[in-house]
Design a protein around this ligand. Sequence first.
Ligand SMILES: [Zn+2]
Length: 130
Amino acid sequence: MLQEQIYLTLGCYGREEDKFVLCPSCSNRILLLEDSLENIEEIWAYLEAIQLLDRPMINLNAIRNTVYRMQEKYDQKFKKLWSEKDFNIIERFIHMHKPCGLYLKLEVSDNEPALDLIKVEQPIQIKAKR
Ligand SMILES: [Zn+2]
C-alpha cells in the first residue's frame, strides 16, 4: 500500500521575454515532512503559524526567511536540517529563479519517491509492484 507523503516544495513560475522562454518553470521537493524528523511537531506548528497549510507562500523575502529559519532552528541531532551542499543548492535556486517569481508550498504525494536532494534518514520501504 502506498503511503501519503507531504513535501515542502520550492518552485518558480517561469518567465519569458518576447516569446523567448528563459525558464519554463520548475520546482523541487526540498523536504519530506515525515514523523521521524526531529522536532517534527514544532516544524508543523511553525508551518501552520506562517499559514503555509492554507496557501502557498509567494513573497521572496518570506520564502527566504522561512528556509533560513528552518535551517537555523530544526537541527537533526548533530546535523542541520539540510546538508550544507543541499542548502547551498536551495540558495542558488532562489537566486537564479528570483526573477521568475517563487513559491513555497506543501505538496501531497502518494506515489513518487523522494528526491535524492535532502535525504533524511528514512526507513527502507518495500514497494509493491503493479
Ligand atoms: Zn524559474
